[in-house]
Design a protein around this ligand. Structure first.
Ligand code: SAH
Length: 234
């Protein structure tokens, strides 16, 4: 069981995810080890379970972050561009930024302003001057916007969606480069949800694969989240 990956330290957690065969790509393992979850998860950072961020949002469980990173791994090369929709805690933005530099770009889109500001603060607290430099150069961007529109006008090698949506919007598929990959939970919030992997080949041909069942918060309206709490968990 994935929750058995819990450990007393970040390194121990990542080792357990590797032993459980959730992680296998050395670059992904190194980037996760170099990104201490304690900077991004207000509570129990090394438990293999989601934790509340406030506003009804959660930082996803470490095994889900692991699955997402492994799925997108072929695209996560230096110079690549990544869109993280529903970026929440900012943890994945930080891991992606380690994998795509130098020269890459990571855009986190989060619709709760307070969460987005906290994510940027956490990123700066964790990464120091490097974070400030990346933010200044626009190589890491925390954008407060409705992620259902993606990041209009740009295309990405990899798109990660951190909240579930009944139907994947065409605009998100259009924002995938050829080749490109998207990791997205699909389904209504109180119904069955599954992770889908969308792959565009170099010719722009799209394929879709259903991976496994999940339980995500919805990629929905701001009001849904504000109704679930107006206080940041710190
Ligand atoms: N990957 C993040 C997941 C956070 S939970 C992490 O591990 O920290 C999902 C996030 O999606 C929440 O922060 C929520 O506020 C955000 N979200 C939900 N609907 C959204 C929308 N329409 N646009 C942008 N963000 C959205």
């Amino acid at each position: 069981m994935a929750w058995r990956c819990s450990a007393p330290t970040n390194a121990g957690l990542i080792d357990n995810l590797t032993t459980a065969n959730i992680l296998s790509t050395p670059r992904i393992i190194a980037a996760m080890k170099a990104t201490d979850r304690a900077h991004y998860s207000p509570r129990r950072p090394y438990d293999d379970a989601p934790q509340s961020l406030g506003f009804g949002a959660t930082i996803s469980a470490p095994h889900m972050h692991g699955h997402a990173l492994e799925s997108l791994a072929p695209m996560l090369r230096p110079g690549a561009s990544v869109l993280d929709i529903g970026s929440g805690s900012g943890y994945l933005v930080a891991v992606f930024s380690k994998l795509v530099r130098p020269g890459g770009k990571v855009v986190g889109v989060e619709h709760i302003k307070e969460l987005n500001e906290a994510a940027e603060r956490r990123f700066v607290a964790a990464e120091g001057t490097l974070a400030k430099e990346l933010l200044q150069k626009g190589e890491v961007v925390f954008q407060t916007a409705d992620g259902r529109r993606g990041c209009p006008g740009e295309k990405f090698d990899a798109i990660h969606v951190g909240a579930s949506i009944p139907v994947v919007p065409e605009v998100l598929i259009d924002q995938l480069k050829s080749p490109g990959k998207m990791f997205v939970p699909v389904g209504d919030v109180n119904e069955d949800q599954y992770i889908y992997e969308y792959t565009k080949d170099a010719e722009g041909h799209l394929t879709r694969e259903r991976l496994f069942g999940v339980s995500y918060v919805p990629l929905g309206d701001v009001e849904y989240y504000y109704a679930r709490g107006r206080k940041l968990v710190e």
